[in-house]
Write a protein that binds this ligand. Structure first.
Ligand SMILES: [Zn+2]
Length: 293
């Protein structure tokens, strides 16, 4: 291996070679960057590693190393306008999708804005409403989560939950106005898989494809399979990772604030968030899969 490698990667390479496996290092690897990386075991199965290096399997095959940049470093080094805008369809998406990123950006002196397109009226109620409507409950929960995540500006519209795909002409103009108003440097939303496959997530991701800000998508590593196998194939590979060290508890508290929703508890166990840096000219596939709202 003639490539210059960081000590961590050298150890990895040695382990792989001891197992008589082949290693492919992507051309983007730069040993001078403190990159996080993960190991995928190909072709048989995957190694669950939650973004960290995991002891390698003894089985033969090819190991691919996928390097991820530290998104906190990108936020720190950013020289332009420091306005981060996360845009999601439902109350709770901001916490699940980018709770850690919002907290991190705020700590680094960024202005943080969360734009939520619906009040979550189609969500399920898992607690007693005490005379309140689901929208009222979810708005109160969202405000509590936003205060835990120290969001500077929470902007909520009341478009129909579950119908963003059909009503795109109704909300698209409004959304453009929010982007013009705040003029964010970074915009974050879900990738084209929608992560859960919710059509609102996918519609919004499609609508935000051509924004004039740097665009990142919330995504998950290939080995974290939530639900539908079809979605799994449409998911964009993470290019960036965020370590939740020191802020994981706050994110968990924000998740708990959305108490009417049964949020997947295992997400609280992830010690990372993952993002895909969208390439402006690249074609990303999408598909509306069957989804029960
Ligand atoms: Zn959602």
């Amino acid at each position: 291996m003639s490539l210059l490698m960081s000590p961590a990667v050298q150890v990895l390479v040695q382990e792989i070679e001891e197992q008589n496996c082949r290693l492919e290092i992507p051309f983007c690897y730069n040993p001078n960057h403190d990159c996080e990386f993960k190991v995928l075991h190909y072709p048989a199965g995957v190694i669950r590693n939650f973004g960290e290096l995991w002891p390698l399997s003894r089985a033969g095959g090819i190991f691919y190393i996928q390097f991820m940049k530290d998104i906190k470093q990108e936020l720190t080094a950013w020289k332009g306008r420091k306005v981060l805008m996360v845009i999601y369809p439902h109350p709770d998406d901001e916490t699940m999708g980018a709770g850690g990123l919002l907290l991190t950006a705020k700590k680094l002196g960024w202005q943080t804005v969360a734009v939520i397109l619906t009040k979550g009226g189609a969500g399920q109620m898992h607690v007693h409403p005490n005379g309140r409507t689901i929208k009222e409950m979810r708005m109160a929960e969202l405000e509590k989560a936003a205060s835990i995540l120290q969001i500077d500006d929470l902007v909520v519209a009341d478009y129909d939950d579950g119908k963003l795909r059909q009503h795109r002409s109704r909300w698209e103009k409004w959304l453009k106005q929010q982007i013009i108003k705040y003029h964010p440097a970074w915009i974050v939303t879900f990738d084209h898989s929608g992560i859960s496959g919710h059509p609102d997530h996918i519609s919004l991701s499609l609508a935000l494809r051509k924004v004039s800000a740097k665009l990142y998508w919330t995504t998950l590593p290939q080995d974290l399979n939530l639900g539908n196998k079809e979605l799994f194939k449409l998911r964009s590979a993470p290019t960036h990772i965020l370590k939740l060290r020191g802020i994981g508890l706050k994110k968990w508290q924000a998740m708990k604030a959305h108490r009417s929703q049964k949020l997947p508890g295992r997400v609280a166990l992830y010690r990372f968030e993952w993002y895909h840096e969208v390439e402006p000219r690249k074609k990303y596939p999408h598909k509306f899969v069957e989804f029960k709202i």
